[in-house]
Design a protein around this ligand. Structure first.
Ligand code: HEC
Length: 112
């Protein structure tokens, strides 16, 4: 519940904090590697086609439980870090849903 309190404080202090927790987590924890749109065009994702989360091709998913496990534990074979200690289970749920919606957001949902 600390996170909820922080969000409330952030919003009321006129901070530009995104009201959607998933969008906030994405910007702060994921966009540096996966890019703002999730297409993975960053130097951290070079040569890692699965870092493109908008192509509808999943190495670990699209099964939600597998993606949740990946985000929590990371992938030791790549730079994908574990977030179990950084994000709450609720934030991980939210970011997994967000991740699964990226192909549609990028307008590539039909390419599946
Ligand atoms: C330090 C860079 C880095 C950060 C930060 C990072 N990722 Fe990743 N992520 C990667 C790389 C690289 C891969 C590709 C792994 C591979 O090649 O198997 C990956 C893979 C993934 C996959 C698997 C895609 C598939 O095809 O199954 C998901 C889902 C994912 N990341 C979600 C996230 C989320 C959500 C966050 C933020 C909470 C995040 N990542 C933060 C580098 C990162």
């Amino acid at each position: 519940m600390i996170a909820v309190a922080l969000i409330t404080v952030g919003a009321s202090s006129g901070c530009t904090t995104d009201p959607d927790p998933a969008a906030r987590v994405w910007k702060r924890r994921c966009a540096a590697c996966h890019g703002p749109d999730g297409a993975g065009r960053t130097r951290f994702a070079e040569g890692r086609p699965y870092a493109d989360l908008t192509d509808g091709r999943w190495k670990h998913g699209p099964d939600r439980a597998a993606l949740r496990r990946l985000v929590a534990q990371g992938d030791p074979a790549s730079t994908m870090p574990p977030f179990a200690g950084t994000l709450t289970p609720e934030e991980i749920d939210a970011i997994v849903d967000w991740t699964l919606s990226l192909p549609d957001r990028a307008g590539r949902g039909s390419a599946r």
